[in-house]
Design a protein around this ligand. Sequence first.
Ligand code: PRP
Length: 216
Amino acid sequence: MNEEEILMLTIALPKGRILKDALDLLQEAGYESPFSIQDSRKLIFTHKDTTFILVKPADVVTYVEHGVADVGIAGKDVLMEEDRDVYELLDLKISPCYIAVAGLPSYQDTGVMTKIATKYPNIALTYFKSKGKQVEIIKLNGSIELAPLINLADQIVDIVSTGTTLKENGLVEYEKIVSITSRLIVNPVSYQMKDERVGNLIERFEKVIEKQKIKG
Ligand code: PRP
């Protein structure tokens, strides 16, 4: 890395649900990110010494692991699901939600192998294993709530945020598995080589988090 590269910072931001919270946090932290980012189809924005890239939430960790982004904002769900070579440095306390087991209110456990539709096969398997329950996992990439409605699966393991998607599809929550917030993740090489820029980002985020804690 030359000196110019060391001074630049690339931040991977997740598109979708978390983006607004992530941009608000960056703005509060004093980063002049291009806030038109939300209304645009552009995927890369550079402002002064910082580049922002917009990626699918589940891919943030891939960009950071490969070092093409120095840091990223990723949901704890993704970090739990995949064991990747990145440092998780800070709980940003944004976009709180949780992972739950849900299904139709009429579902009766017959004791035979329950079929679980989910984006999170590892989290689901670990959870059911801890309960001593054998399940068959059906991996989906989205619209998980559809699965029990059309008999693809008996239950789902998915993110619940406002609860609207469950409600509007006539599903109920059976058990909560784990609380989720977004985290700041860092590439291990960037953490060493760009310690000043990364350290500064962490400091600024910590101040905002502290301020928001006081505000309640
Ligand atoms: C997520 C999640 C649920 C929904 C929960 O889906 O998988 O479907 O949000 O939010 P709610 O409790 O506020 O309704 P997302 O919007 O990311 O889309 P997806 O179906 O493509 O996964």
